[in-house]
Design a protein around this ligand. Structure first.
Ligand code: G4P
Length: 528
């Protein structure tokens, strides 16, 4: 039996961030393979036959080939408990991605050896930076001809502005990729080719000064390796773990997820280096990880599985031990809740969680009880402010094409809004009862429409509105009686009945403010 602190310390909760196609799905599969969770990783062919990676289950993802939702996968490896958060790869999902990263203690940044630092890598990196979490880099596709290790490291440093330190070093690339050197142990891991994805990589491990190495590598690769080592030893950064944990230095690994080369050496070292759960700030000081149970909801998802038709609130446990059926205070409402039917999700299969610890992520199915960002505590009234609200920048009027299914339409819209996918507004002055949706990116509307059709059986049409900004208004309808909005703005109510306004652009906003003394716009919902 492990004690509380020991259980917490063996948790590693992290996310893999990458530009689409860098190999995130493949690496996830391989980590699961080494974690003993799947027998055979989905090879390219298997994927074409619709056996998608286990973390990729939604209909829209299958159709579009993009990752829309974030998944949490939990598995054990060599005494560690890994909680792997899958971040959406598309740039329209930045809000969802940000929220997911609030649950992570570190990130693995995946870079394609041939493509280098790509747009989405930059965006996701910026989010990790903002959160100050340690970032580990895995340079993938070393079996493919590419930019090469040294220019890539320079690119990471120049483009992202973070110093890097190679933990292992590749020997050759493309067809000549033979293995990696672990710079700490000075051991060379040579890989043997096996059928793609079928088994774990077969490896021969030799000391760097083993005379056999030159025979195995050939003179050219051997000389290159010696030259690289010399250069790194002289000019490279020290592996300073304090700087890594502060997010100033990224440890770099090289490998090839598809052939499994370098995946296991990466996993072993990453788990030794990555931070476990750390204390998190609350409105009343820091919450230590060994304090009584606490956590916050960072994601809500409806209809995870069409067979279940329920809503799941994903909670990151910040402190202590969670036990099935325990009572906790829901600090937003002050109510005591029984946390029954907690679930651990593994793609489409679920199992009931009997207990979980700080660092873990569990799914709670208390329907309708939770909003994004809600805090739960076993004792006290602390509130985590980890999950920010992102202001919408694009708006549509959503109409149902299935008149007979109005109830389904309303339920669907309200549930999908609770997930935080889109914001919901109502034009109370208009005859129509059609909702106005706001999002950070347009793709979110496609997702809402798609899911309304598949999950609620309602076809819809989304009419773009020419607004770019939403602001709350201080006061009630009486306080805006004399305002002449014209085409500049449209007053609306948000889903909680707070007064706000959709504004055409920055200029319209300034015009309205200049011409209406006493009118005040707010970037936060009144009372938060
Ligand atoms: P993603 O989740 O980041 O979007 O990437 P994913 O794992 O789906 O990988 C994208 C493509 O890159 C896949 O090919 C995959 O097989 C390939 N890939 C992943 N890791 C490696 C690697 O280490 N080396 C090489 N050479 N390729 C890798 P695909 O989508 O099936 O495209 P295609 O191969 O059929 O053209």
């Amino acid at each position: 039996m492990k004690g509380l602190v020991e259980e917490i310390q063996r948790r590693k909760t992290f996310a893999i961030i990458s530009h689409p196609d860098a190999g995130k799905t493949t690496l996830t599969e391989k980590l699961l393979l080494y974690g003993g969770q799947i027998q055979m990783a989905g090879s390219v062919k298997a994927r074409r036959n619709q056996q998608k990676a286990t973390s990729d289950w939604m209909e829209l993802e299958k159709q579009r080939g993009i990752s829309v939702t974030s998944t949490v996968l939990q598995f054990e490896y060599e005494g560690y408990v890994l909680n792997l958060l899958d971040t959406p790869g598309h740039n329209d999902f930045s809000a969802d991605t940000y929220r997911t990263l609030t649950a992570a203690d570190s990130a693995v940044m995946l870079i394609d050896n041939a493509k280098g630092v790509e747009t989405q890598t930059k965006k996701l990196f910026a989010v990790c930076r903002q959160r100050g979490i340690p970032i580990f880099t895995f340079i993938n596709k070393m079996d493919h001809p590419g930019i090469g290790p040294l220019p890539l490291l320079t690119e990471v440093e120049d483009v992202l502005g973070i110093r890097s330190v190679p933990v292992n070093w590749p020997i050759g690339q493309g067809d000549e990729f033979r293995g990696v050197l672990d710079r700490h142990t000075r051991q060379v891991h040579l890989f043997e080719k096996t059928a793609h994805g079928a088994t774990k990589a077969a490896t021969t491990v030799l000391d760097l000064d083993d005379p056999e190495l030159i025979t195995l590598l050939g003179e050219k690769l051997y000389d290159q390796l010696q030259e690289d080592i010399e250069l790194l030893d002289i000019a490279g950064e020290e592996l300073d773990m304090d700087r890594v944990l502060r997010g100033e230095l990224t440890p770099v690994f090289f490998g090839s997820a598809i052939t499994n080369f370098g995946v296991e050496p990466f996993l072993k070292r990453f788990l030794q280096m990555a931070p476990g759960p750390t204390p998190r700030p609350t409105d009343k000081g820091e919450m230590a990880t060994d304090a009584p149970f606490s956590g916050f909801v960072f994601k809500i998802q409806a209809n995870m599985d069409p067979n279940h038709r329920d809503r799941i609130a994903f909670m990151r446990i910040v402190s202590g031990k969670f036990e099935k059926d325990m009572d906790a205070v829901h600090t937003r409402t002050g109510k005591k809740l029984r946390l029954s039917r907690p679930q651990r999700l593994f793609a489409q299969s679920r199992e009931t969680v009997e207990e979980a610890y700080a660092g873990d992520i569990i799914g709670l199915s208390n329907v309708g009880a939770f909003l994004l960002g809600d805090t739960l505590v076993a004792e006290g009234k602390q509130v985590f402010n980890e999950v920010p609200h992102f202001m919408a920048e694009t708006f549509v009027l959503l109409r149902s094409l299935d008149i007979g299914r109005l109830k389904h339409f309303e339920k669907g819209v309200s549930q999908l809004c609770e997930e935080g996918l889109v914001d919901l507004y109502w034009d109370k002055r208009s005859q129509s009862r059609d909702p106005i949706l706001g999002a950070v990116g347009r793709l979110q509307f496609d997702v809402v429409q798609f899911r309304l059709e598949v999950e609620y059986g309602v076809r819809t049409v989304a009419e773009p509105l020419s607004f770019e900004i939403f602001r709350w208004i201080e006061g009630d309808w009486d306080s805006v009686k004399g305002v002449y909005w014209a085409q500049y703005g449209r007053p609306v109510e948000d889903d909680h009945g707070n007064l706000g306004v959709l504004l055409q652009n920055e200029r319209s906003m300034n015009f309205l403010l200049a011409n209406n003394k006493g009118l005040t716009f707010l970037e936060r919902r009144p009372g938060t």
